[in-house]
Design a protein around this ligand. Structure first.
Ligand code: ADP
Length: 206
């Protein structure tokens, strides 16, 4: 299976992508994580990626397209994938479509994790709070360090929601037209949302 998870920042794509990958033996590919890894290198490319991420802006399409394209050519992707964070704009969706066509492949389904703006703001702010508590040296919070992200600051959160909302609408339209779109209620807890996705997957396999 080749799947895409769509959702605004905070919708829970990363968590669900990992669960789906584990259950269905697919490879989870997160462009956010790939970019955070690239940023850690602190080379010229990494530093520029970090600048975009700190502002909550998207990195240029050419960068992300070539990263994704080479990732999709790796061996562990042969049996299928679940993409999280990509595509994020119509250009990217078209590049993915063209690439898959060139390989005589196609997407099986696109899941949109539907979560209200209020819930998203709340979830992202909670991640951000963890970060500021950690700065004060709370050792319990230290354990959650890997979950803490520099872009979960209030002003950056608003920017990420704003930038992604319109782009998301165009992606939803694009995949609806292709009959690939499944809208999943993403409001509940992670187990509930996973159940909703699994229900959707049952009809994909029919
Ligand atoms: P979120 O969906 O919560 O913003 P991600 O981890 O998916 O989190 O992405 C973090 C950041 O990485 C984004 O704000 C953006 O700067 C960059 N990014 C991730 N995926 C893409 C993409 N497909 N195109 C451009 N930039 C991206």
């Amino acid at each position: 299976m080749r799947l895409v998870l769509l959702g605004l920042p905070g919708a829970g794509k990363g968590t669900q992508a990992k669960r789906i990958a584990e259950k269905y033996h697919l490879t989870a590919i997160s462009t956010g994580e790939m970019l955070r890894e690239a940023a850690k290198e602190k080379d010229t490319f990494g530093l520029r990626v970090q600048e975009y991420m700190n502002k909550g802006e998207l990195v240029p399409d050419e960068w992300i397209n070539s990263l994704v394209k080479s990732r999709l050519q790796e061996k562990d992707v042969e049996n299928g994938f679940v993409l999280d964070g990509y595509p994020r704009a119509l250009h990217q969706a078209k590049m993915l479509e063209a690439y898959l066509q060139s390989q005589k492949q196609n997407l099986d389904a696109v899941f949109f994790l539907d979560v209200s703006q209020d819930t998203l703001r709340h979830r992202l702010a909670q991640r951000g709070n963890l970060r500021s508590k950690e700065k004060q040296g709370n050792s319990q919070i230290e354990a959650k360090r890997e979950k803490i992200r520099l872009d979960d600051k209030p002003e950056v959160i608003e920017n990420r929601l704003h930038i992604n909302k319109e782009l998301m609408e165009s992606l939803i339209h694009f995949y609806k037209e292709q009959n690939l779109l499944y809208v999943i209620n993403g409001e509940g807890d992670f187990d509930n949302v996973f159940d909703n996705i699994n229900e959707g997957l049952l009809s994909v396999n029919k």
